[in-house]
Each structure stands twice: as C-alpha cells, then as structure tokens.
Write a protein of this length. Structure first.
Length: 186
C-alpha cells in the first residue's frame, strides 16, 4: 500500500497572514478587546489561540486572557476510543468566562462534533455572554449544525482526504496540509 499524498495547503507565511486577519476579525466582531477571552481546544487549538493572542497584542496593545479546553470526557465517541483515554487539563483564565465573549479556537472544523463538545465543557465552567468559533481550516462536511464565525481557509470536504495542521510547539513548523490516500482516490 502506498503512503498518503501530502499536499501543502498553507505555508508559514500564509498561516501568519490568516492569523493576523482572524485576530482583527475577532476584535471587530467583539467591538474591541474588552471582555474577550480565547479558549484553545487541545492540542493544536491551544497553540493557535496563543498565536492569535499575540496578533491581538501586536495590533491592539492588549493581552487578552487565554485558556484551554480538553474535551475528552465531552466527546460523543468516548466509548470507541478505548478504556484509558489520554486526558489533558482544561484551564479557565483568571476572571473566568461569565459574561465574557469567549472564542473557542480549533485547528480544523469538519463534522462539528469537537466544537459541540467544547461548548458543552465551556458551559460547565460558566455562562459566557457570547461564544464565537474560530478555526484555521474549515473543511465542510458537517454532521451537526455548527458553523465557524472566523475562518482562516475554507477547504472543500473531500471524502478521501484529511486536513492536518502543524504548529511549532508540537510539530516544529507552522502550516496546513491535505493528506489524501491514493488507494481511495477516485
């Protein structure tokens, strides 16, 4: 069997441009930085949220609160991932999320199930005034009615493909790739 074909969707400069634009969009949608909180979904969403936070700091001179969500126990497929799932730590920033505009940040949006799980966990931590969903790549293919508010790149859903985002802290680079299995391609 041949290895999957890996095609670059976004190189480092393209991701950096997308993040700068996305940060401006988030501030615009919120009417400024007041009460804005970024919550990254483990794993790569956390790193993307930190990069967005830095872009907001550069543009606005304000460091918005940053937190993280580990959705492991909120997944609707928890029973299928095995008896000992790897569980990370969720972190709510000082000041909490009550009455705040909370931005859930993820790397790729596909079925919508991860975003749904993140919203469920978020509600256990408090009651935000508003929730926005921000993703680097939207690949379509929703199974539940969830749409992003801010998107870096839209990539049409391909049944034989997978989108993978690389971040410096975990992968040593910044970019996004389309992985296509040539055995399943039409």
């Amino acid at each position: 069997m041949r290895a999957a074909e890996r095609v670059r969707l976004l190189d480092r400069p393209a991701v950096e441009r997308a993040l700068a634009r996305m940060a401006r969009e988030l501030v615009e949608k919120n009417g400024g930085t007041e009460n804005l909180v970024l919550m990254g979904i483990h794993r790569r969403g956390v790193q993307l949220a930190a990069l967005l936070r830095e872009e907001i700091r550069k543009a606005e001179g304000v460091e918005v609160p940053l937190g993280s969500l580990d959705i492991t126990f909120y997944r609707d497929d928890l029973m299928t991932i095995g008896p000992r799932p790897v569980v990370g730590e969720s972190e709510v920033p000082p000041g909490g999320i009550d009455g705040k505009a909370v931005v859930i940040v993820d790397d790729v949006l596909h079925t919508g199930r991860t975003a749904r799980a993140a919203m469920n966990e978020l509600m256990d931590w408090g009651r935000p005034a508003r929730i926005l969903l921000c993703v680097l790549v939207d690949r379509g293919g929703r199974e539940i009615p969830i749409q992003p508010d801010v998107v870096g790149k839209v990539q049409e859903d391909l049944p034989d493909a997978h989108v993978e985002v690389a971040v410096p802290d975990l992968d040593g680079e910044l970019g996004a790739y389309l992985l296509r299995n040539p055995e399943k391609a039409p």
